[in-house]
Design a protein around this ligand. Structure first.
Ligand SMILES: [Zn+2]
Length: 249
């Protein structure tokens, strides 16, 4: 089992631009709300920082959210943790479907990235291995295995497995790791790599989880599921080791 702390998140969709002072790590990090069915309801986050704000993954596009983001200074980079297109039968969706109503295309987890890019004039970042037709025009394509830096406090870590180009964002000053679909917590409170939704390689994903032992963070903000908090790095590594040991059996 994973230890987790209860925590309050700023929901940008509902509370507008005010930043709550006094919280150690969430200062400057917003949960955008407006989850999009096009990205399977994935969460997106906004990091507000002097070097330029970063939107992590894509919320559903709405004017209201766009105005709130602009009031916080707009966005310099839109970082996409990963991308994989797949289709589900229309009967599982209430939305109008593509391809002659046969199926709905899910763009895992990039949703309305084009609309956001146009509205906010931001550069989108995605690993080259996850670039497909619908993301061919992203401004920054990461090549190789990194890590890559965005200023002094942001590091991008290549964590292949869920997809070939999955990348986590480490917000060093907040000790927060934005994991996309690489690692999260399941309903029973255990760390999970969501094997059912693996699009590339489970062994590689587990190997990429092992790489997280080297990183200094105390929080995981995933694309799906609950936020995960650890007491400190030792606690984080104990949880990761336990998860990896259980995954070998
Ligand atoms: Zn995914």
């Amino acid at each position: 089992m994973v230890h987790y702390r209860s925590c309050s998140v700023h929901h940008l969709a509902f509370t507008g631009p005010s930043l709550k002072e006094g919280t150690k790590w969430y200062q400057g990090v917003f949960h955008c709300g407006y989850h999009s069915e096009k990205s399977y309801g994935a969460a997106s986050y906004l990091i507000v920082q002097p070097e330029g704000n970063i939107l992590v993954d894509s919320p559903r596009y709405t004017d209201r959210l766009a105005r709130n983001i602009e009031m916080l200074g707009g966005v310099r980079y839109m970082f996409l943790t990963h991308k994989y297109d797949y289709m589900i039968p229309c009967r599982f969706s209430s939305k109008v479907c593509d391809y002659n109503k046969l199926s709905l295309v899910i763009r895992d987890d990039v949703a309305d990235h084009k609309k956001w890019s146009k509205r906010l004039s931001c550069d989108r970042i995605l690993h080259a291995k996850d670039v497909e037709f619908s993301t061919a025009d992203v401004e920054v394509k990461l090549e190789g295995s990194g890590p890559w830096s965005l200023g002094d406090v942001i590091e991008l870590i290549h964590t292949p497995g869920h997809t070939a180009g999955s990348v986590c964002l480490l917000y060093k000053s907040g000790k927060v790791l934005f994991t996309g679909d690489h690692l999260g917590m399941d309903e029973s409170g255990c760390l999970s790599i969501m094997e059912t939704y693996n699009w590339y390689s489970v062994p590689m994903q587990l190997n990429s989880v092992r790489m997280l032992l080297e990183l200094d963070f105390e929080w995981i903000l995933p694309g799906h599921g609950r936020k995960v908090g650890f007491a400190d790095m030792e606690d984080k590594n104990s949880a990761l080791e336990a998860f990896l040991a259980a995954s070998r059996t």
